[in-house]
Design a protein around this ligand. Structure first.
Ligand SMILES: [Zn+2]
Length: 252
């Protein structure tokens, strides 16, 4: 091994001298056997409890996601609005990992819109796939775009006309983008799937339409049905989905 012993010895002496000057006592430093392993990594490698310990590391991490400041400048946040609640909502709503990850990308502003793709040099233009008039940010694509607004209005009418338990739907940009439990868990699942549908239409460069969304809601129902069967939670599942049955019936 090619080691410069003079440099090595110099480093050791400097560390000792720095420790003395800072009053660091060597017994304060854990005696590591082998390479140093960060806490997060040691939880993954050594934890006997697995996911529970990993989850604790995440919930004890109080660092504010950088997207929050950006969202606060874009959206008028209501009183009582909680970002902690927003970030926990996808996990309270569904076990479907595709939907959870999609909502995560919205919350953290990492969804592949033309604005983001343009910023990182993948797309020549940042203009909206649907209207081609404004920059395709998340808030434009999933809410402000006139094409999306027309679709959301058809969406709310479709829900009201097909669900006896819901007579009016009052959606805001915040409740649409981040979700709401105001109309129940199933409605929030449908909302997540609807946002994913809009994004899929953008990817395929087609205009969103209720007839297309119906297939996705049927697919959502099938996935949730499979999860309920696996979790032996079928009675509760049927009760929760009953008011929405016209949405995923084949002839709706
Ligand atoms: Zn647009």
């Amino acid at each position: 091994m090619n080691v410069n012993f003079i440099a090595y010895n110099g480093i050791i002496l400097s560390i000792r001298s720095a420790m003395r000057s800072q009053n660091i006592i060597s017994t304060d430093i854990p005696n590591y056997v082998g390479p140093y392993m960060p806490l997060q990594l040691s939880v993954i490698v050594k934890s006997p409890k697995g996911s529970k310990d990993i989850y604790n590391v995440f919930i004890n991490n109080q660092v504010k996601p950088s997207a929050v400041d950006k969202w606060n400048t874009i959206i008028n946040i209501d009183r009582g609005f909680s970002w902690t609640y927003v970030f926990s909502l996808p996990f309270k709503t569904t076990l479907d990992t595709q939907l959870r990850f999609f909502q995560y990308k919205i919350n953290h502003r990492i969804l592949g819109t033309n604005s983001l793709l343009h910023k990182i040099g993948i797309r020549k233009t940042n203009s909206c796939t649907f209207c081609q008039r404004e920059a395709e940010t998340i808030e434009h694509l999933l809410w402000n775009c006139p094409i999306t607004q027309t679709f959301i209005s058809s969406f709310t009418n479709w829900i009201i006309n097909n669900c006896n338990s819901i007579n009016t739907i009052d959606l805001t940009i915040a409740s649409f983008l981040f979700g709401t439990m105001k109309y129940g868990t199933v409605f929030n699942k449908i909302l997540m799937r609807t946002k994913l549908y809009i994004y899929k239409c953008k990817m395929r460069e087609i205009t969103p339409a209720i007839n297309g969304l119906k297939f996705d809601i049927r697919y959502l129902f099938d996935i949730e049905n499979t999860i309920a069967l696996k979790e032996a939670n079928l009675n509760n599942f049927e009760k929760l989905w009953e008011p929405f049955k016209n949405l995923y019936a084949h002839d709706s």
